[in-house]
Each structure stands twice: as structure tokens, then as C-alpha cells.
Design a protein around this ligand. Structure first.
Ligand code: SAM
Length: 409
């Protein structure tokens, strides 16, 4: 049985200030160890947890170009290995009952806590599915020069039970990755300043990371729990993707920060800006969108060849940043009947003379030279058909991020 968000958070109605209520987004202020057990069993389709890593132990790191002592807050101060183990075991044990049978959990960490988390997961009957390596594209330098530079964090993905299959939106992940199976190494930049308009959290996770996680393992309308919510990055990604969110956070200042972040995306203009920022991911797969008359388009598909004039005129292609990440071609006829194809060699094009196109059965009329892209002529299926007419001038060829075009939800 699927619980409503009201059922799930019902236990927290009194006192009212105990929870922050904003439609499908709820933050509960308190210690998750006392709260998780109160939710009805099987309330959540997925859990993302970014627990204390216990790394605030007086080490040195670099922040804004200066050497600083690692101190994320009291909640992150180290304990003995036994303390770390008992802590992880307690919250992971509470969480397991609250997952739906096909639900899954993601836990982030570094070597300080992640091995303890993995042991607890196995002991408690979870089944580990993957260990994602999040490779930060812009890590701060290592000052001691006695180690390799730390540039990764790990995210363990596990399902509730060995027996019941979990939700995995495999095709969506593959599409995001240019039709290649997505690997367990994710190159994503650390949190940008655009993610901190509402205030700062010392260990905020990048929105792109949570966006991908939520897309991978949930569907629209599902409910996600984050027991260590911090600034509610999980909740922001969940809301942008049409999922429900319940977060628990023990520090009042971070509850307020989460609330402000949610209010920010409730403004459609800000939400659009944030989504656009996410699409500026330097790893994002790009698509060439190109109009072709019906007969020409059929010929292009039959030959697996798409061509257009280079230069400034209508219908021509201007090579724009992101060209090298272009993995798809979208052919349409004045915005109608869009079809998506994979390029044979991503990010590569040829320049052909008019005569070469003629040798392939085409009859180009407007220029001496053309930009030519070769593609695999088996179309890639859409989850939802893109509405190209909403985008204005449909004749102009353009290179845009895949996520701007294809609704991955
Ligand atoms: C690593 S941070 C999470 C950051 C979050 N992922 C984000 O993007 O902002 C961990 C958070 O858990 C909170 N916390 C630590 N122990 C907690 C507990 N027992 N119950 C609830 N919150 C806790 C801390 O105050 C901190 O904000």
C-alpha cells in the first residue's frame, strides 16, 4: 500500500513548529534517530542519506585558496570506530523498515565512514547494488603533497532486500549518457555559487548529483526520505522532478535554509534558471536539432547522413560550444514528427562539397560546401515527445543539451 505524505508525517502534527510544511515537501526538525521509527513502515520509495563522515578531526584543507582547519560542525566531530559503527547501524536499521519492498537507499561518504556503512548494510540484510565514485572535476589541492589529491567521494547504492527487484530507470540513465550504459564513475563538479543563493551549508551536495540519483531510482509521484537533510538538496532535486520529499534535520539554521531553497524554486523563473544551470553541466550530452522537409528527411534517414549549410543564413549550422559533446541528432519537419538518432562518431562532422552529396543521391542547391553528420538510422525512443514548436524558430539548426529537449522524468 502506498502511503500519502500526510499519513507519513501525521505523527508530527503537534507541536506544529516541529515540521515545516510546504505541499509535497516536508522538513522535520529533530534527531533522525528519534524520528525515523515513527513513520509507517514502507513509507518511502527511496532514501538518500549524507550522514556525518566524522572527518572534522583537526586536519587541514583548502578553502577559497586558504589553508583552513577541517571543521564542518559539532555533528561531524569524529568518534571511535565503535561509535561510528553503532551510529551507522542504528540509523540504517531504522531506515530499512521504512523502505517499500522495491525501494533503495543511497549513502554518501569517504573512507572515514563508508566502510562502516557497507558493513552495516550487509549485516542488516540490504543488498549492495553499486558503489558510485563521484569524481569532482575541480577538487581543492592537497597541501601536504604526501598523498594523491583527494578528488572523489563514494555513494553506496543498496536495495532493501536481496529477493525483491529494485526500481532502476536504466533507459533514462543510458539516454543521459549518449546511449551508452552509464558507468559507476560520475564526473560532476562540486557545489557552485549559484547553488548557494539562499545561504551556505558546509557540506552541501551538488544538485546535479541528487538529480541523477533521484532520476535513476524513482518515478514521478514517489516519496523520498533524507534523514540528514542539511540544506535539503535532496528535496530540491525531488521537487524539480515531481517527487515528494521528507527531510529530517537537527539544526534549526539548516531547516530554515532548506525552507528558503524550496521557496526559491517555487518561483517558476528561478526554477527555470536552476534547471538551466544544471544543464550547463560540462559533462552534458548535446543534441543537434535540425529541420528537414519530409522527402529530404526520408532520404537522410535512408542514407544515415544529415547535412546543412555552414554559416549565418537560415537553416545553416553554427558550430557552438558543446559541439564536441554532441551525441544525438534530432530530425523534425517544421517542429513536427521529431525523431532522435545517435551519431556514428560523437562530436565529429565532415565538410563535403556539393558534388559529394550529389554522389550520395542528394540534390543540394544553396551552397558549395556543407556540414555533414553521419548517424545510425535506427531511432531512439522518447519517453515523452518533445514539443519543438514551443521553442520558437523551428527552421534554425541548433545544438542544445539533451535534458533541455527530452523530458527525462
Ligand atoms: C553532511 S550534512 C548533509 C548535507 C546535505 N546533503 C546538503 O546537501 O545540504 C549532514 C547534516 O545532518 C545533520 N545531522 C547530523 N546528525 C543528525 C541527526 N542525528 N539527525 C538529524 N540531522 C542530523 C547535520 O546538522 C547536517 O546538516
Amino acid at each position: 500500500m502506498q502511503h500519502s505524505l500526510e499519513d507519513i508525517t501525521m505523527v508530527f502534527v503537534r507541536p506544529m513548529e516541529y515540521r515545516v510544511l510546504i505541499d509535497n515537501f516536508k522538513i522535520i526538525h529533530g534527531d533522525c534517530m528519534n524520528i525515523i521509527g515513527n513513520f509507517p513502515d514502507k513509507s518511502f520509495n527511496a532514501i538518500f542519506a549524507d550522514p556525518p563522515y566524522f572527518l572534522s578531526n583537526g586536519g587541514i584543507s583548502v578553502h577559497s585558496g586558504k589553508a583552513v582547519c577541517v571543521d564542518k560542525g559539532e555533528w561531524d566531530k569524529g568518534g571511535t570506530p565503535e561509535h561510528i559503527y553503532l551510529f551507522n547501524r542504528q540509523w540504517l536499521s531504522l531506515c530499512r523498515e521504512k523502505l517499500t519492498d522495491n525501494g533503495s537507499i543511497w549513502i554518501s561518504g569517504t573512507y572515514h565512514n563508508i566502510f562502516s556503512v557497507a558493513n552495516c548494510l550487509t549485516e542488516l540484510g540490504y543488498k549492495i547494488l553499486n558503489v558510485i565514485t563521484w569524481q569532482k572535476s575541480d577538487p581543492p589541492p592537497n597541501l601536504s603533497c604526501r598523498y594523491f589529491n583527494f578528488s572523489t567521494e563514494y555513494i553506496i547504492w543498496a536495495r532493501k532486500s536481496a529477493k525483491v527487484p529494485h526500481v532502476f530507470n536504466y533507459e533514462v540513465m543510458k539516454q543521459m549518457n549518449g546511449e551508452k550504459q552509464m558507468t559507476d564513475v560520475w564526473k560532476i563538479p562540486a557545489v557552485g555559487s549559484w547553488e548557494k543563493h539562499c545561504g551556505k551549508h558546509p557540506t552541501q551536495k551538488p544538485l546535479r548529483l541528487l538529480y541523477r540519483i533521484i532520476l535513476a531510482c524513482t518515478n514521478e509521484g514517489d516519496t523520498i526520505l533524507d534523514p540528514f537533510a542539511g540544506s535539503c538538496t535532496t528535496g530540491i532535486a525531488a521537487s524539480l522532478l515531481g517527487r515528494n520529499f521528507v527531510g529530517i534535520e537537527q539544526e534549526q539554521e539548516f531547516v530554515e535554509l532548506g525552507k528558503r531553497r524550496k521557496q526559491e524554486i517555487d518561483d517558476p523563473i528561478s526554477a527555470q534558471k536552476i534547471l538551466k544551470k544544471m544543464r550547463e553541466n560540462p559533462e552534458e550530452v548535446m543534441v543537434l536539432v535540425n529541420h528537414a522537409r519530409k522527402e529530404l528527411r526520408e532520404k537522410m534517414i535512408a542514407n544515415g547522413i544529415c547535412y546543412m549549410r555552414a554559416g549565418e543564413s537560415k537553416g545553416s549550422l553554427q558550430v557552438a560550444p558543446g559541439f564536441e559533446r554532441m551525441k544525438y541528432l534530432l530530425l523534425h519537419t517544421n517542429g513536427d514528427n521529431p525523431q532522435l538518432y545517435q551519431l556514428k562518431t560523437p562530436g565529429k562532422f565532415k565538410i563535403w562539397a556539393k558534388e559529394t552529396l550529389e554522389e550520395h543521391g542528394f540534390a543540394p542547391e544553396h551552397a558549395k560546401y556543407y556540414v555533414v553528420l553521419e548517424f545510425l538510422n535506427k531511432p531512439v525512443e522518447f519517453k515523452k515527445t518533445p514539443q519543438l514548436k514551443q521553442r520558437g524558430n523551428t527552421y534554425k539548426a541548433r545544438i542544445i543539451p539533451l535534458s533541455e529537449l527530452v523530458d527525462l522524468r
